[in-house]
Design a protein around this ligand. Structure first.
Ligand code: MG
Length: 422
């Protein structure tokens, strides 16, 4: 007979009993496949396909990581799949929790991408089995469609105004405005070659740009601007203060994640709304900012925090504090992640805005059922599950392109050569 402590331990360690949803036969995970594809356009998309014991029933999830795709592929094939096969796909929360702790070290980007692929695929399976879109399982629609913010940029202030007006003509009410690439407006010639980023130049250049823009387009378009972590400390405080007259919808990532305590000073100095968090992977990064009401929008990428399960919890955490979601997209992102964000966005009261993303026709043949943006809002297709699928034969025709210099993220540098945080 086992000693009492050992007996208790064995009971606690027992897996959950394999129970199935009422009236449905038991379900198990038969296989976990990785689908990696450039989708015909140089993307680095990683999808997980979870195949169940019910003929024809499978789920698709996004595990894309633009800078370390091969690490994600290995983590799925070598570590997730052997653990997941044979388990009950209906127990999403338990699989997320145990999958999260399975690696002992947790909350990193690669781990979260893997969890995200699994989590989205499990929600897809659950929705298909229920015969309902995932948003129905999350509580149903609370809005008709998901408003998105557009991206525009220009090299001159006149070009920027013209591009804002073009975006408005497409139906966008929310528009992100950049002067060229990230950091644009802050670059000066470097005598040693190329360009250097200068924080003071940026702080002097961008607010007058928005003064001009507002004088031309008025206050109707809701304008955003992404600093992309290019400022530090007191410059971020001063920049937020100088942007206040231009009635921004938000300014984004005025600081890098390494400098979050400065948001307290920013809040004390200006009412410019702050959107933060596209680089967040760990809840401890965003939870205090929300509960202290130091930010207005949380910008996590759904697939970087672990999928639909943590995204709906993040939205629920935001709600009582009056903080809103603005889930991140970005040109590298895939249609599965976008539609996963859509299902959370459309069913949650703490939704604020969704970042726009769109895909070329060739990519929409690889991933079918992608969301569609009409008049500045994202629409899903109301099919059961996520409403999306991957054409595996076509995906295989477009493999990932060679890694070059390891798929590095291109960094800006200051005049003395110091790297600028992206
Ligand atoms: Mg951003």
């Amino acid at each position: 007979m086992l000693p009492r402590r050992e007996l208790l331990k064995s009971l606690w360690a027992a897996p959950l009993l394999a129970q199935s949803a009422k009236g449905l036969p038991p379900l198990t995970i038969k296989d976990v496949k990785v689908i990696a594809t450039s989708a015909g356009r140089g993307y680095r998309w990683i999808f997980i396909k979870i195949i169940t014991s019910e003929p024809g029933l499978y789920g698709i999830g996004s595990a894309s990581n633009n800078f370390q795709p091969h690490a994600v592929i290995a983590a799925i094939e070598k570590h997730l799949a052997p653990w997941l096969i044979g388990k009950n796909p209906e127990q999403i929360e338990d699989l997320w929790q145990s999958g999260h702790l399975r690696t002992y070290w947790r909350n990193g980007p690669v781990n979260n991408n893997v969890l995200s692929g699994m989590d989205m695929a499990l929600w897809d399976i659950k929705g298909k089995r229920a015969g309902m879109p995932v948003y129905e399982l999350l509580g149903g629609k609370v809005r008709n469609a998901v408003p998105c913010y557009d991206h525009i940029a220009g090299r001159t202030k006149e070009q920027i105004v013209e591009n804002i007006q073009k975006s408005q003509a497409l139906g966008y009410r929310h528009i992100r405005v950049q002067m060229g690439a990230y950091g644009g407006g802050g670059f000066i010639p470097n005598p040693a070659g190329g360009q250097a980023f200068d924080e003071d130049v940026y702080v002097d250049t961008i607010p007058p740009l928005f003064e001009y823009v507002r004088s031309k387009v008025g206050n109707t378009p809701k304008l955003c601007h992404d600093v992309h972590s290019h400022l530090s400390g007191i410059n971020a405080v001063e920049f937020s203060r100088r942007m206040q007259p231009y009635q921004m919808f938000f300014i984004e990532d005025v600081l890098s994640p390494e400098q979050l305590p400065w948001y307290k000073q920013i809040r004390q100095t200006s009412t410019t709304p702050q959107a933060v968090g596209e680089l967040f992977t760990h809840p401890f990064e965003y939870l205090p900012l929300i509960s202290d009401r130091l930010i207005d929008f949380v910008r996590c990428r759904v697939s970087s925090i672990g999928g639909i399960t943590p995204a709906k919890k993040l939205a629920a955490f935001c709600e009582p504090y009056g903080v809103r979601t603005a889930f991140q997209e970005g040109g590298d992102n895939d249609p599965v992640n976008q539609i996963a964000a859509y299902h959370v966005d459309i069913s949650h009261p703490a939704f604020g805005i969704q970042e726009e993303n769109h895909f070329p026709d060739v990519a929409k043949e690889v991933v079918t059922g992608a969301g569609e943006i009409r008049q500045g809002s994202l629409y899903g297709n109301d099919k059961p599950g996520l409403g999306i699928d991957v054409n595996e034969a076509l995906a295989a025709k477009y493999p990932l392109q060679p890694a070059g210099k390891g798929y590095e993220y291109p960094l800006d540098r200051a005049m003395d050569g110091t790297v600028v945080k992206p």
